[in-house]
Design a protein around this ligand. Structure first.
Ligand code: M6R
Length: 609
């Protein structure tokens, strides 16, 4: 949800800001803007739409200045337009700010400022902050920001510069991410690490309600009372190339192809062989006390929630422990029952999703212990959970989650099996067999991807279908949900998922000749049930694509198309069976002339409610 950047150093700021914004465009692309402090003036340029429109706008201009701030927007308050684009300024145009988040009490603050004679230019919530800082400004920008912070409610990552204070950038965060890159004679802020990697690997993670004051040669930190705070840098080991497209047309296709490696990285160091193969989660601090839990509660949003549904089936199957799985945005507002013996597993690629963090904090307040599964080192989730299991998928840039999902599944299986083993449900021999199956998956995914043209051909014929339904049972139902989400978010096809057994209870009324039904069939004990469901939708005119194992001929007679995946243990099939759906969604999006990396109305990291 919006990306913010800031640069102060010896170089010209504009190319650095634009370059850093390019790495954050996945966070929003409704508009972009920069404010650069030149010798005398604050130069502000903004454009509606993707960053390239801002680049075109400034292509023939020389914007001189070695400090500045920038923004790429995912609109919340006020339509995407030039005027609503950030940076926003005070009335004199001397103070400029960029903001990621929502100022919840903006209406009240706006009325107060308007009564004082301020005229607003935009419909955004952000603009109040620029005027509020101005309201408190008495010659010290830092003090004015401190005063303004006392008044604002909501979530924010803010960067502030002023023409009258040309030696520093002031940045602050609450419930929205912000990292600071420490360079040589230069310092940079950004909403996410990939934007910094070209300039530095030494990073400060700003905590909630911490303020950073960036000078050219150093950074100072304070709390919101203005008291100094000591902070150390963390070295980021991410590979720069992994945040680039690397020859692929889109990040999404690259990330789909990175899954075999990502899955290997997730497994590596967590499997050890002594007399037999065992799972080692000591690195995350997991010990037998965790397996004594009375219940597991999994909360997450979107794709991560789908990983949670697979988790529920996996935990119940392998560890025989009751599991509740909840959408974080529902959970946080319910009146849920849990006790300190329950264990929470919170899943989030970014580790910054607002609802997911709120659910985690609720669990924390109730005294429960928390395991985080996340991809982003140093994210808020990682910092606040008791145990962190990193997915090690590398940066995921495309809005549609792919490699983060399959690596989340891998983590969930490892934890479930470890629970099962510690609780005496899974014996040594079975554990070893399960681990063998998990270890085979990266190479199986590689083999599956080698056949991607089969899905591309199918998409070339089907991409115009206006309705697509995904159906499956048990683990295949969870993957139906994920497959339908992938297709709808990047191809804008109306797609839904159904537990195949539910079809006759309503959804079948929607099926006609215009419907594509994708039947995911990897749960061997239920093949006959799935075959009946396939026949039922075919009888109503649907075109049916079946995703099943390569050695299964059960559906040959009923399906219009079959995509075959390597055979694995049925409970582990989600990691493989989702890949054809990811590819199908990707190719449909491309066939429709869309940009799969930047679907309309969406942003990678949902840091606002
Ligand atoms: O960063 P998170 O995993 O917490 O994000 C949760 C969802 O916003 C995310 O999975 C979303 O549904 C993706 N666009 C799915 O592709």
């Amino acid at each position: 949800m919006c990306g913010i950047v800031g640069y102060i150093g010896e170089e010209q700021a504009t190319p650095v800001l634009i370059n850093a914004l390019k790495k954050l465009e996945y966070r929003g692309y409704d508009s972009a803007g920069i404010a650069v402090l030149g010798d005398e003036d604050l130069i502000i340029r903004k454009a509606k739409g993707a960053l390239k429109f801002l680049e075109q706008k400034i292509a023939t201009e020389i914007i001189q200045g070695t400090m500045g701030i920038g923004h790429t927007r995912w609109a919340t308050h006020g339509e995407p337009s030039d005027v609503n684009s950030h940076p926003h300024t005070n009335v004199s145009g001397k103070i400029a700010i960029v903001h990621n988040g929502i100022i919840e009490n903006h209406a009240r603050l706006k009325s107060m400022l308007e009564e004082g004679g301020v005229t607003f230019k935009s419909q955004t919530d952000t603009e109040v902050v620029a005027h509020l800082i101005d309201f408190f400004y008495e010659g010290d920008l830092f003090q004015a920001v401190l005063e303004a912070l006392k008044k604002i409610e909501g979530s924010y990552a803010l960067a502030v510069i002023s023409q009258d204070d040309p030696s520093r950038i002031i940045a602050v965060r609450k419930d929205s991410p912000l990292v600071i890159g420490k360079g040589e004679g230069e310092n940079i802020i950004a909403s996410d690490v990939p934007a910094l990697l070209e300039y530095t690997r030494e990073v400060y993670y700003l905590e909630d309600r911490e303020i950073a004051v960036l000078y050219r040669d150093h950074v100072e930190f304070f709390d919101t009372e203005g008291k100094p705070v000591e902070k150390d840098t963390i070295r980021v080991e991410w590979d720069v190339a992994s945040a680039e497209k690397g020859g692929y047309e889109h990040f999404m296709l690259k990330e789909i192809h990175e899954q075999p490696k990502a899955l290997t990285d997730t497994l590596r160091a967590r499997i050890k062989t002594y007399a037999s193969k065992t799972i080692h989660l000591e690195e995350i601090g997991f010990d037998s006390s965790w397996a004594e839990a009375g219940r597991v509660i999994i909360t997450a949003c979107g794709t991560a929630w789908h990983a949670g549904i697979v988790g529920k089936y996996a935990f119940e199957h392998f560890a025989r422990i009751p599991v509740d799985v909840d959408i974080a945005s529902e959970y946080r507002y319910r009146d849920p029952l849990f006790n300190p013996k329950d264990i929470f597993i919170i899943i989030s690629q970014s580790g910054e999703t607002a609802d997911t963090l709120a659910a985690m904090r609720m669990a924390r307040k109730g005294g429960a212990r928390i395991i985080a599964i996340t991809n982003v080192v140093g994210s808020t989730l990682a910092r606040e959970a008791d145990l962190v299991m990193y997915t090690w998928a590398g940066p995921e840039i495309a809005v549609a989650s792919t490699k983060a999902f399959t690596t989340q599944l891998m983590c969930v299986y490892l934890i479930a099996l470890q629970f099962g083993s510690l609780r005496g449900v899974v014996n040594e021999e079975d554990l070893s067999r399960y681990i063998d199956a998990l270890e085979a998956i990266p190479q199986q995914a590689e083999r599956l991807l080698a056949d991607k043209e089969a899905i591309q051909r199918f998409a070339a014929h089907q991409f115009n279908k206006t309705k697509a339904f995904f159906m499956g049972r048990l683990f295949d139902y969870a993957i139906s949900l994920e497959s339908a989400l992938k297709l709808k978010e990047i191809s804008y096809t109306h797609s839904e998922a159904f537990a195949a057994g539910e079809l006759k209870h309503g959804p079948i009324a929607l099926v006609d000749e215009s419907t594509l039904v994708v039947a995911i069939c990897t749960q061997e004990a239920l093949f006959d049930k799935m075959d009946s469901n396939i026949k039922e939708v075919k009888a109503r005119g649907a075109t049916v694509l079946v995703i099943t194992y390569e050695d299964v001929s059960y559906f040959d007679a009923s399906a219009d198309g079959i995509f075959r995946i390597p055979h694995t243990i049925d409970a582990f099939s989600p990691i493989l069976s989702v890949i054809p759906s990811q590819l199908y969604a990707y190719y449909c999006s491309v066939q429709r002339g869309l940009d799969p990396d930047k679907p309309r109305n969406l942003a990678k990291s949902v840091t606002v409610e």
